[in-house]
Structure formats: C-alpha cells, structure tokens
Ligand binder design. Structure first.
Ligand code: ADP
Ligand code: MG
Ligand code: MG
Length: 898
C-alpha cells in the first residue's frame, strides 16, 4: 500500500529532500534538515496525492485518517505530551506546503489544540497566562479566517480584518503600542469579543474541541490549494493546477513565551546583492506570522542586515551571541548540503533555537550572479553548475534601468523606505491592486502604493512598474514577491498615510492624488514625487557579471554577433562582447535627413544616368558609415546587408503636398509627375513586393554604389593598418539567378577597386535566407556563396504566411485555443520554420562543408531558439546588443545540455 503520511523530527525521518513531489517543499526539507541533525520540531507530512483524492472524494478517507492518528501518537510519545491532554497538552501547527513555494499564497494555522480544557493545563505548566492567551487569540484569528471563512467560501465576511480592527481599536483605547504589551487580562477580554464577533457572523461557536480544530485545519489547507489567490498565482507563475499541496502537522514551538523567546527569518546570504553574510530579521516575544505578514517591522538579525532606518535596532547577534553562532553554524551546514543560498525560518523558545523551514532563497539577478561565482570559488559548485543556475532573467535584471543619477543629485526624495528589491521605476500612483490592473489595461504605467500587500494583490503587483508599501520589512510579502519578479520595490515607509476613500496619500504633510507621478530608486529606498528619467545600469563594471561572461565564453560553441546599423550600436555591442556584426542594415543610413533627398531623386529619376548621379551622391556618406563600423569591429567580421526595403518607403505619402512640392522644386519637375510616380510605386503587398535583391536587379547601380562604399572604406582601413572583414549579404534571394546576377555586380566593382586602390580586397559574399524556396535550394546557393544567414523574422512570415505586424490582433485566440503555445516571432517554430532552417543548413553543408551559417533576427537573442540553433550546429547567432549577454549564457547552457 502507498504511504500517505511521513514522520519527521527528533530522529524519525521517513522522508527526504528528493521526495518534494509528494511531500512538498516544506515537508521534504523539514525531513532533510532533521536528518542533518538540525533541530526541527517533530511532526508529519500528509502527501500531495492525498490532496488530489480529497478534492475528488470531498473528504479524507478512513485509512488515511487512521494513518494520521497513528503518526500523531508517535509525535505525542516523542514529545511526552498529549494532544488534548489536560495535564501536558501538545499544541500543533498545520502548514501547507506545495512542491514550489508560493509565498503567502496558502494557509497555516498555529496553536491548534487550545480549548477550555487545555488552556488551564498550559497555564499551570508554563506559569505564563499571558503567553497562553496570546497563543489562543492567534489561534482564533487564524482559524476563523482560514477554516471558518476561506475554506467554507464565506469570503464576504472578512473576519480577519474585523478581528484586527477590534484589536487595533482596543490597543488605541488602552494606549498599547505593541501586541506583546497586552496583559493576560486584556487578552482574555479581547478573546471574549473575538468569540462574540465570530458567533455573530458565522452563527456558530468557535470550536472547543482539539480534534475538530485539527481536522478542520487539515481540510482547510487542502482547500486553500484551490483558493482564488493561489489559483491566480499559479497562472502567473505557470505552475500546474494538479500538483496539490501537502500538509505538515507539526509540534508548536513558541517564540511568544516571553523575553527569552523570539522568531525570525533569514537568508543564508544577502538576497539583494549576494554578499556572503547571513541576512535576516527577528522579533522578540512573537510568533512567526508577525514577521512574515509585515504586521510589525522587525529588527535586523546582525550588523550586515542593518539599513539606515534600522541602524539603532537591537540585533540577535548582539543580544544572544550564542544563539546567533548556532544560526551561523546551521547556515554553513545548510549551504554545504544544499549547495545553494537558503531562506530559513526559525523560532527561539526559551533560548533554544528551532528551525522551521528551509528552501532555496529567491534573489535578485545581481545576487544570483555573485552567489553563483562565489560558491564556485568556495568549491561548493562547479563552473558548469554556475552557468546552469543563472537564468536569463537574472541577466536581464542587472541590465535593468535605474533612476538617472544626475537627476537624483538635483532632486530630493520626499521619503525613504527599505530597499526591498533593487532597480528603478517610474509611474502614476494608484492605491489598490484592482486600480493598478485597470490603469494598466489603459496602457498606463503605474506604481502601486499600499499599506502592505497581501496575496490578493499579486495580479495588480504584477502589472505595476514598482511597489511601495507603508508597512513590512525586507521579508514581507511585497518584498518577497517583488524580488522574485525582479520588480522595483520599497517597503516599510512608515510616513505614508494612505486614504483609500479619497484616493490620496499624504507624505510629510503633502497630499498626492491618485495618478500623481512618482519615481523610486529601490536600490537605495528613495521616493521622488516626480517623473524622473531612468537610465541603463552600469552592469559591465560588475566583476561577477564579467566573470560569468568569461565562464560562458569558455563553454559556448556558438559565436555571438550583434545586429547593429550604426557606429554607436557597433561600439556598444563590442563592449557587451559581440564577436562581430551579424546584420548591418543599410537602409537606416538612407533615411538620414541629409540623404533622403538623394534617395528620393534616385527613385524618381526616369533616366538611368540621372538615377546613377543621384545615388552616387550617397557614396561619401555610406563610405563614412562603413568605415566607422568596420573600424570599430575589425578584425571581427561585419555582415552588411545591401538595400532591402521597397522604394515607396522612402517617398512622401501622397497626401503630403508640402513635401511633394518642395521635392518637385528641387528636382525641377512638376508635382503631378511626382504624385504619379508615388502612385506607380504603391504596392498591394509591400512585404512581398519590389524589394531586396529584386530591387537591385532592376537598379544595379544601388548595389554598385553600396559595394563601392564598402570597398573604399576597407581600402582606407587597410592603409591605416587595420584588417577589415566585410561580409556582403544579398537580401531576399529565392533563385540562384538572382544571386548570380548580384555576384557579378559585386565582382565587377571589386575588380575596379582592386585596380584603383592597388590592393587585393578581401571579402565574403553571401545571402540572407528568408524565403522557403531559398531553403530548398540552399545547396545550390551554397555552391556560389561564402556564407548564408537566416533572416528568421521574414522566414517566419513567409513560412506561416503571418504578417509580423498583424499577428498581435489574433495570436491570443491561438493561445487560448492551444493552436500555438508560443509566439513564433519570439521563439523559433522548430516544427516548421526550424525544420526549413535545418534542411537548408544540411543541404548547404553538403555542397560546401565549411560554409559559415548564422542567424540574424529576433530569434538570435531568444534562449530557447538558441538551444535549437546550437543543436543544428550553426556557426553563430546575431542579436540586438543588449541581448548579447543572454545569448552567451544560452549558448553556454546549450553546449552542455544537448
Ligand atoms: P508560509 O508557507 O506561509 O511561510 P508556514 O507554514 O511556514 O507558512 O508558517 C508561517 C510561520 O508560522 C512560520 O514562519 C513559523 O514562524 C510559524 N510556524 C509554523 N509552524 C510552526 C511551529 N510548529 N512552531 C512555531 N511556529 C510555527
Ligand atoms: Mg514559511
Ligand atoms: Mg527581410
């Protein structure tokens, strides 16, 4: 028979970390920690399949119930306590735990087993009535919320908020600031009021039976798997809905037992910047939910967890150095064992340290890279593991914009808070998650400003540029979720006064309305009441990033080139590591204000000689452009694509009489003539029209001019002792004839210039493959070409017959109906377009084994597509400059993931 319940703690460990599928992350790692001799309060885990059966049968079946009762007996024996015992009562926590952590998404109920029978016993035993009643009021608050309201789907009652409200009012009236200052009498009074409130809304008494509490909580945790917010979160994170959650039933340890007790959370390394220092927060005389829920702003556990705002707070390190040392020892044990940074929860009961959870810690991109590199230095992981672990999102993130430092110098922040997730963001402020969603739908950029966030807010948080909260610490819900997404976030700005009714926030006596522009620097925690410019970050000075790049370079096989059309981008791409330019589009050079006139004259001229004269006006410009780009990139290759777009793109629109007029004057012809020519050039389907090499067949003088510009630039470079490597690329070839035609033109110019410049020009001639027909005759093209490069954007358009500019209007329907799972313009369609590339590459290599084959187009910077291109053994991919680091990473991963 299948095992459904697994014991853990105090020497009995039936599960381990590899059973995460059935025990969930929390359960599996509780067992694993316990096996490492780390103190874990004993308990047991009910497996995820039980959750799924529970949903089918609507109840927990008898055999499993029996198993649970048996396991509870073992825990009671281990603890020498009894659940419901009237002398020495055992209290339990019931905790959810799915395979992947879903921060704060699901439910936990603490202090289960407190009843009119056990309360006196526990008071007698601990001699601490305040502690017992504090635990009881917590049980009431959590249980009524999780079990009586949410699990029963009575979500309109909002009992938690009602009870919090009673508590807050009571505290205000009695001038109590912190929960832990409430006396035993005051707590008893509150408990009475809580129970009345519960009865009023649910029409039943708060359960006074241990067993009822326990089964109620277990079932509620199962049900929380299908709660609305958990469901939404899984959709965003693409977590399957059929995984189910495990339930952990565990002996309670008490952080609220008085001055020698506490609770806290910690990361074994700094999750924001990756520093190898334990980083966390703690609260004296509290239970864990206080820290996680952001109800009280906690204290830093050590010096390195301090921020400007907490610089005078008490640390665990100073307060209890011995316990702190134990925590450091556990950090080392955990990191050695898991070989990764961990996120832990702990509780100190009467100066004894207990570990309650460990999991892989979420971290920023910057931290991920630093931790990876340093763990390799510490010999915890191999170089390949470093590469395997870093994801493209990490790199994306460190390249994220920041608030322009120059602007920060001259502006003063209106307020500061805890820098929970680094970066910069700018947007219009809104105060609820639903407003954030609505504004986002209207294409507005918003900053979400909240008291604190809760799991109900995730959707709105997701669409916001950044998040600001008034309450909470570095491990509050907002902080955790934002960091996971790499979203800018500031928490704990206690001076924010949000008025939800009037939709305003008042900060230091100034009131801002919804829609006001704010900017945040969440690396420092600064808030500005203006729209400040964001700038790209200076990541290429980050030494860990540079080390990562050199590691990826060591493993990758594919070369990474950049798409760059001007000297500036070329230089940027070089800085980012490009190994050449894979696509330099020349038409952008034509659009320049000074040059477009000549282009237009060329197009409108009737006589070939006029046309030639006009086009030759462009020669000096083009020569200069090519000179600068080649100079920047040499000796690496630069693939220059000859003119590609249809001519009408260079002409004024028919309606632009003013432009037509001035053009006519300039060319000494009538406006009418120009208009007629524009009408002539109009194409029904310009994407498939008179463009690419077709244009060059009609007007070879364009190719002549461009090639002359390239070669003259090369001549000048060679004279300056530089070694240029131009690769001339003929666009949109579909027949061998087209290629031959253009090849002749290029050869003719080369010969002319060799003679004129008295040098032997070195160049490669190839074609861009972007039509299915070209793929099918790639062997014949390859016989005549030095290289081929797949223009996968157009190849996708021409293979699917989708227009890239229109697909946006219907692609969602394709996703919704499972016709497509990915946008083929983002990730290469391996089945169709990818097959064509594969066939063409194979054919090309058959006729010319050492032909160079590359990719230019968006897919060259897409990790999934890069895996594919690596596997079909292409030579290089080319992508936009800022994608280069991601392409390096993907190419390195691809080289050992085949
Ligand atoms: P989540 O998955 O939302 O973090 P947990 O199950 O980890 O929920 O519980 C939240 C907090 O409750 C924990 O951080 C811990 O402080 C407290 N807690 C859970 N179980 C126990 C226990 N057995 N004893 C003491 N505190 C507990
Ligand atoms: Mg937890
Ligand atoms: Mg094209």
């Amino acid at each position: 028979m299948k095992k459904h319940v697994y014991l853990f703690g105090q020497g009995i460990n039936e599960g381990n970390a590899s059973q995460i599928d059935i025990l969930g992350g929390k359960g599996a790692n509780l067992a694993e920690m316990s096996s490492l001799n780390i103190p874990v309060p004993p308990g047991f885990t009910i497996t995820t399949p039980v959750c799924n059966t529970f949903f089918k049968q609507k109840s927990i079946n008898k055999t499993i119930k029996k198993n649970i009762v048996q396991s509870l007996k073992t825990v009671e024996t281990t603890m020498s306590k009894g659940f419901g015992d009237i002398k020495n009562p055992l209290l339990l926590s019931v905790r959810s735990g799915a395979k992947i952590s879903m921060p704060g998404m699901m439910e936990t109920v603490l202090n289960i087993g407190l009843t009119s029978k056990t309360i006196p016993a526990l008071i007698e035993k601990t001699k601490n009535p305040r502690f017992v009643y504090d635990s009881y009021r917590r049980l009431i608050m959590m249980y009524s919320d999780v079990v009586m309201e949410k699990a029963e789907q009575k979500n309109h009652i909002q009992i938690r908020a009602k009870l919090e409200n009673i508590l807050d009012k009571y505290k205000k009236k009695h001038r109590v600031i912190n929960d832990y200052e409430l006396t035993s009498q005051e707590l008893q009074h509150l408990i009475k009021r809580f129970k009345n409130e519960i009865k009023k809304h649910f029409k039943i008494e708060f359960p006074d039976s241990c067993k009822e509490q326990l089964w109620g909580a277990i079932e509620a945790v199962f049900k929380s798997w299908n709660g609305k917010r958990a469901f939404q979160y899984r959709n965003i994170e693409k977590i399957p809905h059929d995984w189910g959650t495990a339930v952990n039933v565990q002996t309670m340890v008490f952080g609220n037992l008085g001055k020698t007790s506490a609770t806290g959370v910690a990361f074994t390394r700094n999750p924001s910047n990756g520093d190898n220092n334990i980083y966390g927060e703690w609260l004296k005389n509290a239970q864990g939910e206080d820290v996680v829920a952001g109800i009280r702003t906690p204290n830093p556990i050590n010096e390195s967890s301090k921020t400007t705002r907490t610089k005078n707070s008490q640390t665990l390190q100073k307060n209890w150095p011995n316990i702190y040392k134990k925590l450091i020892k556990i950090k080392n044990t955990l990191e050695k064992h898991y070989k990764d940074m961990q996120d832990v929860e702990f509780t100190i009961e009467s100066e004894k340290l207990w570990m309650l959870q460990t999991r892989k810690g979420k971290r920023t991109g910057e931290a991920a890279i630093k931790i990876g590199i340093e763990m390799n230095d510490e010999k915890l992981i191999t170089q390949k593991e470093v590469i395997d672990r870093i994801i493209s999102k990490n790199i994306d993130e460190i390249m994220h914009p920041k608030v322009d430092p120059e602007l920060e110098k001259i502006n003063t922040p209106i307020e500061s808070g805890l820098p929970a997730s680094p970066g910069g963001a700018c947007g219009q402020i809104v105060f609820t998650a639903s407003e954030a969603e609505e504004w986002h739908k209207k294409n507005k950029q918003v900053l979400l400003v909240r008291h604190e966030t809760s799991p109900e807010d995730v959707q709105g948080m997701h669409v916001s540029q950044g998040i600001i909260t008034a309450k909470g610490g570095m491990t509050s819900h907002a902080a955790l979720v934002a960091r996971g997404w790499g979203k800018a976030c500031i928490v704990g700005c206690s001076n924010l006064n949000i008025d939800l009714k009037h939709k305003t926030v008042t900060i230091n006596n100034i009131t801002y309305k919804e829609g006001a522009w704010f900017t945040i620097n969440s690396t420092e925690g600064f808030i500005y009441d203006q729209k400040l410019n964001l700038v790209k970050s200076n990541f290429f000075k980050n030494k860990y990033f540079l080390k990562l790049m050199s590691l990826t370079n060591k493993f990758k096989r594919l070369k990474i080139r950049a798409n760059a059309d001007n000297p500036k981008d070329a230089s940027l791409s070089k800085k980012l590591g490009s190994q050449g330019i894979g696509l330099c589009r020349t038409e952008h050079m034509f659009f320049d204000k000074k040059r477009i006139r000549s282009v237009q004259k060329m197009i409108l001229s009737k006589l070939s000689v006029d046309r030639k004269n006009a086009i030759m006006e462009l020669l000096p410009y083009q020569k200069n452009d090519f000179y600068k780009i080649l100079k920047e990139i040499s000796p690496n290759p630069v693939t220059i694509r000859l003119l590609d777009p249809p001519l009408h793109e260079f002409l004024p629109s028919q309606k632009n009489t003013e432009l037509i007029h001035s053009l006519a004057k300039n060319m000494k012809i009538s406006s009418k003539e120009i208009k007629n020519r524009i009408i002539d050039l109009f194409e029904i389907n310009p994407m498939l029209g008179h463009r690419g090499c077709r244009l060059a067949v009609s007007f070879p003088e364009i190719t002549e001019m461009q090639v002359e510009a390239i070669f003259t630039a090369c001549g000048k470079l060679i004279n300056n002792g530089i070694n240029p490597n131009p690769e001339i690329m003929i666009p949109l070839v579909s027949t061998v004839g087209e290629f031959e035609h253009q090849k002749m033109v290029v050869k003719k110019i080369a010969k002319k210039l060799n003679k004129k410049l008295k040098i032997q020009l070195k160049y490669k001639l190839g074609t861009m493959i972007e039509l299915p027909r070209a793929c099918l005759i790639a062997d014949k093209i390859a016989e005549r070409a030095d290289f081929i490069s797949f223009g996968t954007n157009d190849l996708t358009q021409t293979t699917f017959g989708f227009s890239r500019d229109d697909i946006g209007s219907f692609i969602q329907d394709y996703f919704d109906n499972n016709i497509l799972t990915e946008d083929p313009f983002k990730t290469i369609d391996q089945e169709g377009v990818g097959q064509l590339v594969k066939i063409a590459a194979k054919k090309a290599k058959k006729s010319k084994p050492n032909i160079k084959i590359g990719i230019c187009g968006e897919h060259g910077g897409d990790p999934k597509s890069i895996y594919f291109f690596n596997n079909i053994k292409l030579n290089y991919v080319s992508c936009s400059p800022y994608r280069i680091p991601i392409a390096y990473l993907a190419a390195a991963k691809a080289s050992f993931r085949v």
